[in-house]
Design a protein. Structure first.
Lengths: 133, 485
């Protein structure tokens, strides 16, 4: 497979990833999703302190091809956003799991995080999605 | 290859001019007496200095670079880029229409009002709705007007809970934008494996907070919603309304009517379906039609008839108000009315027959080489997925550029989002078999080129005035104004 999926992260069916750091989760877009979207030109970040809901739009990612919502993987409150993306949205393309992180959220219910996909499950999910079309 | 052209500002010579004025026949006064010092500029503006012939050649040369329906095949999906008969223009240019002023008294514009009245009767018959407003300037404006009418209807009943609008994943991009503009929350509905809206998901999503379901039928996949009457029942049962996006009406005229399917509000893009120039070529027009119970909320004024007199009816106390300064893009309605009258009922039905036939014919040709998901009988358009070609190194965007090299306008690319590497193709009712064959052949050649040398295709276009534009830089660092170096 051409796409980088890394160990230790949790993945959603809408291709977000979440990394647990104590009480908070760092959220971003998977390598597969950034490749699909193409070159990203604009990112709309949530407000710090905003309440986000699992499966609901929390940020907006715009590429040359399309505008896509980034959905919150869990319920919680936004504690930090990656403001560097406002000037350098291309970081999501270049380093989706590192410097391209989008926001951090204080996790309300850890079980939500645990119910997301791990690396092997997400890889299978992508392969299935690729075959479907 | 023709070279990219210099700007007017980069041409000409100091002192050259395209006109000579007669000498002034009134006494001249010094500028200081006419304008206070602080309002005078310190140096003359840096305007291009050119002769008339230079200016004419410049603009004539630029005009030859336009690509339009009048120069070639334009299968831009969901945009209905059909040929617009020139007689429409002649009729709209008649002085009785073209020289009207919107502030003229009613009794002096009876002909114009009669045209609106008659057009409304025909649109009602075409869609199965009961009243129309011609005010909205285009499709998206019609969408917003329609949603505001729906909102006014719910509020008038004291039903304030309805804050959501359901939209299928195959919807036009304007739909979620309109919903957000109208202050609603978007709820997205998935598609089932036949490309229909997933009925079970709809049933789950509808409740007493649902204001409306917004739907394009046939969808952007070119597929008719097979369960539309059941969908309407589900939404109506919970007190919601149905909104019809008329973007794809070209597929069903004379065969099916949104009003009969259960829709409560409709907007039409008469600049698409009823043949007036659009897509950079002229203003649009997005009339909105409603069923009986929504009439009180339409924008004012409506055009009505008392005896033999036509008049503007402002007596709608629950109206959402005006949505345009005057009465809509009148000239566009004149052109569309002319088209409707020329075609007649049978003619419009034939338009849809031909649009659907052309689409299915072209799809059957392309299917020999390309993948077309959701394989069933299509309406006016179909969506190719260039996913296999993308894996070889050249995707939908690259195929689009290769089409430019072969003299065709590309289809809509990367939309709808539900199809990977989408090429949404709408051949229209006005194209001949020869044109469709030529397009199919070009697509076949491109597929072969990708097999041979995908990298070359991905670097195209090679024969256009300019090569591949840097879209990323254009978005991130737009230069919108020329500046002297």
């Amino acid at each position: 497979m051409d796409f980088n999926v890394i160990e230790g992260l949790k993945y959603t069916q809408q291709h977000e990833w979440a990394r647990q750091e104590g009480d908070t989760a760092v959220v971003g877009l998977s390598d597969y999703a950034q490749d699909k979207l193409g070159e990203i030109v604009f990112v709309e970040l949530p407000d710090i302190g905003a309440a986000v809901e699992a499966g609901k739009s929390a940020a907006v990612i715009e590429s040359v091809k399309a505008v896509a919502d980034l959905y919150a993987p869990v319920d919680g409150t936004v504690t930090e956003v990656n403001e560097t993306l406002l000037d350098q949205p291309e970081l999501i393309n270049q380093d989706p799991y590192g410097e391209g992180w989008v926001f951090k959220v204080e996790v309300k219910d850890e079980s939500q995080l645990n119910s997301l996909m791990d690396k092997p499950t997400y890889e299978e999910f992508i392969i299935k999605e690729e075959e479907e079309e | 290859m023709r070279k990219s052209k210099a700007l007017l500002f980069e041409m000409g010579r100091s002192g050259r001019q395209g006109y000579s004025l007669p000498s002034c026949d009134v006494p001249e006064k010094p500028l200081d007496e006419l304008l206070p010092q602080k309002m005078q500029r310190s140096e003359p503006p840096d305007m291009p200095e050119l002769s008339e012939v230079e200016v004419i050649r410049h603009y004539t040369e630029l005009s030859t670079r336009n690509f339009g329906v009048d120069t070639g095949f334009y299968p831009l999906g969901s945009c209905t880029m059909k040929y617009n008969p020139k007689v429409n223009e002649e009729v709209a240019a008649l002085p009785g229409f073209a020289c009207l002023h919107p502030c003229q008294p009613e009794e002096t514009v009876q002909g114009a009002l009669e045209l609106y009245y008659n057009m409304e009767q025909r649109l009602k018959e075409l869609t199965g709705m009961e009243r129309f407003t011609m005010q909205p300037s285009a499709g998206a404006h019609g969408e917003l007007t329609g949603l505001m009418v729906i909102q006014a209807y719910h509020r008038h009943r004291g039903d304030h809970k309805r804050n959501k609008v359901l939209i299928p994943v195959t919807a036009h991009g304007t739909n979620p934008a309109t919903v957000t503009m109208a202050g609603y929350e978007v709820v997205q509905l998935p598609a089932d494996e036949r490309g229909n809206v997933d009925l079970e998901a709809l049933k789950e999503a509808v409740d007493d907070t649902t204001s409306a379901l917004m739907l394009t039928n046939p969808s952007t996949l070119g597929l008719f919603e097979e369960e539309i009457t059941e969908m309407a029942r589900v939404v109506h049962d919970k007190g919601g309304l149905l909104y019809y996006d008329g973007a794809n009406l070209n597929a069903i005229m004379g065969y099916a009517r949104p009003g009969d399917m259960g829709f409560d509000v409709v907007h039409l893009n008469i600049h698409k379906t009823l043949s007036t120039p659009h897509g950079g070529g002229g203003p649009g027009s997005g009339p909105v039609g409603v069923k009986e119970r929504l009439i009180p909320f339409l924008p004012v004024p409506l055009v009505d008839k008392k005896g033999e007199q036509f008049y503007f009816d402002y007596d709608l106390p629950d109206s959402i108000g005006k949505v345009q300064s005057f009465y809509g893009n009148f000239g566009v309605v004149v052109k569309a009315y002319n088209y409707v009258c020329m075609m007649g009922a049978e003619g419009l039905k034939q338009v849809s027959t031909d649009a659907v036939l052309n689409s299915n014919y072209l799809a059957s040709l392309l299917q020999k080489t390309y993948t077309i998901p959701y394989d069933r009988l299509r309406k006016h358009e179909f969506v190719v997925s260039a996913k296999p070609e993308k894996k070889k190194g050249a995707g939908a965007g690259d195929i689009a550029k290769a089409l430019l090299d072969r003299g065709f306008h590309p289809p809509t690319v990367y939309f709808p989002l539900i199809v990977d590497e989408a090429l949404m193709t709408e051949p229209n009712d006005t194209e001949s078999k020869e044109t469709l064959d030529a397009y199919a052949q070009a697509m076949e050649e491109i597929a072969k080129d990708i097999d041979k040398d995908a990298e070359k295709v991905a670097a195209g276009p090679h024969y256009t005035v300019v090569g591949r534009l840097d879209e990323v830089r254009a978005v991130r660092n737009p230069v919108l104004r020329w500046e002297k170096e």
